[in-house]
Design a protein around this ligand. Sequence first.
Ligand SMILES: C[S@@+](CC[C@H](N)C(=O)[O-])C[C@H]1O[C@@H](n2cnc3c(N)ncnc32)[C@H](O)[C@@H]1O
Length: 302
Amino acid sequence: MEVNEAIKQKYGEAARRVSSGEGLPADCCAGTSCCSGSAAASCDPITSDLYDESQAGEIPDAALKASLGCGNPTALAKLNPGETVLDLGSGGGIDVLLSARRVGVTGKVYGLDMTDEMLALAEENRRRAGVENATFLKGEIEAIPLPDSSVDVIISNCVINLSGDKDRVFREAFRVLKPGGRLAVSDVVVRGDVPKEISCNVELWIGCVAGALKDSEYTEKLGAAGFSEIEIEPTRVYDIEDARAFLSGLGLDVDVIAPQVSGRFISAFIRATKPDIPRDSVPSRGGSAWTSAEGTSPTDAC
Ligand SMILES: C[S@@+](CC[C@H](N)C(=O)[O-])C[C@H]1O[C@@H](n2cnc3c(N)ncnc32)[C@H](O)[C@@H]1O
């Protein structure tokens, strides 16, 4: 729960700064080098340059400036008019607003986030964009406040890595998806092992790095939740200079650790499908409050 509180504080502060025009803090998602918003995030190895000009033109500047993702799920996911979409950890609302245009007036998009300031920023962005078919919900991705089998597509952008109970997130995603529904998320993923100095660092967990699953674990956990047709497609590979950028300022020996993780952290687009035929062995577990004792966190692992 301490990690969740730290996440709320960090992303609450990020939202406050975007709302006041100050720009994102220096230690938001991806570590220490992010400056302000998508344009200024060109100095950030993870959040920089994710959206092209045509997408940027579709949304308010404040939504783009609050972008803290590590990919562009709406560009990679297939979204059809009339579909219902859910964005896990919707932040300032960028992917919700882009999806809302794609599913059209007969479709519906929900953004779910646990941080009040992000929800307020997202709602303001929705209002400015004049989007009517989107609703922001307060809640945790480990206990999604939507009924079983109610969503066609789940998207998410750099949020699942923050969860201390990823098994539960995947079970919840499976529960709310309709049979045949699709999961299409961007996330940070690890290839191989990383030093304990990284996996045990709370700042790096909150910065979207330390909580990242290995690619094999991602596949295993999605499969255990009931998903099929699981694919992990790398979209960005972080080299030694990127590793230096997200490790600096944390009191770590960057010269020693950066070479050990060069090429191991990637951003990836992860696709999976809820099969049409229900699996009896997958229990539905919606609703109850998340307890960190069930899951993992930097402290459990160290
Ligand atoms: C790295 S930001 C990404 C925001 C957005 N997806 C984007 O691309 O800009 C993470 C967001 O997820 C939210 N978040 C993190 N953990 C969460 C959880 N367990 N439940 C709900 N929201 C969560 C944070 O409040 C924050 O707004």
